[in-house]
Design a protein around this ligand. Sequence first.
Ligand SMILES: Nc1ncnc2c1ncn2[C@@H]1O[C@H](COP(=O)(O)OP(=O)(O)OP(=O)(O)O)[C@@H](O)[C@H]1O
Ligand SMILES: [Mg+2]
Length: 293
Amino acid sequence: MNEYERNLIRCVCKNDVERAKQFAKLILSANKAKSNEAFCADMLRQLETKELFELPLNIQGLLVVEDPQETLNVNRYYLSDEDGEIARKILQLSDVSQKLADLGVNYVNSTLLYGESGTGKTTFGKYIAYRLGLPFAYLNFSYVISSYLGDTAKNLAKVFDFIKQKKCVLMLDEIDAIGMKRGSKSEVGELSRIVIGLMQCLDNLTSDTVLIAATNRMDIMDPALLRRFTIKHEITRLYQWEQEELIRMFFSDVRVPIEPSVIQDMASTEETQAELMNRMILYLVQKFSREGV
Ligand SMILES: Nc1ncnc2c1ncn2[C@@H]1O[C@H](COP(=O)(O)OP(=O)(O)OP(=O)(O)O)[C@@H](O)[C@H]1O
Ligand SMILES: [Mg+2]
């Protein structure tokens, strides 16, 4: 046993989790064995995730940071073939952008998700963070705009300044709230300035950030803003057989047996993923109410 390992055990015995993490990092970083390489990289990423949870005071309330390992239950997340394809591309680009960064070339892995409400755009962003073992940093534009319109440009600059130094998946949700076409009828001078400010912020990101934006108003997005995203992907409703699979996953995870005929009935209507999720929860509520649990 080496000194780091002894210190790690000492800290665990004293319940000093923060110092234990420091020693765990030292042990992982010192690993030379090829067979442990993937494990060490994964654990180091997870340990780094925790560090982002301390947001500076000036951006608390604007940005929400969470650990997707804790907040996303992958056993209940159904990844369609189309979304899986895009997820693979994003994960691959994340490796590529790291390699390019080592060569001094800055390349930001950026994806714009679009599609109707409730199809799982935000959840997909969280899934990507989960797969990368990175923190999920979430900024909702409609909230920022409605609460702080006059200060939005300044607030965005603060958020991006902070994010620039962090390895994370940055999700810009409901980006259409400011991404409207400049010069269109609905143009408001202030919003137009915010769009320009946002584009400057995006241009200054580094390859440490995996950027994912989401909108359900692709039709009003500013073309110059759209150009900032390498991948544009529509998230759609699931086919019936995919819905059936989601239902099976959900009920197996909550350990409630469900008849195949009930699965078929549940999946047979045209619903978004959010509506389907509500229906499954309602089914549980009714079942438990009937059984008097
Ligand atoms: N692929 C999926 N597998 C399992 N559940 C899903 C999936 N996609 C979405 N859901 C469920 O639907 C809910 C709504 O999804 P989400 O909020 O990600 O949709 P959205 O497209 O971001 O909607 P909006 O445009 O209104 O923000 C989630 O909380 C989750 O319960
Ligand atoms: Mg959303």
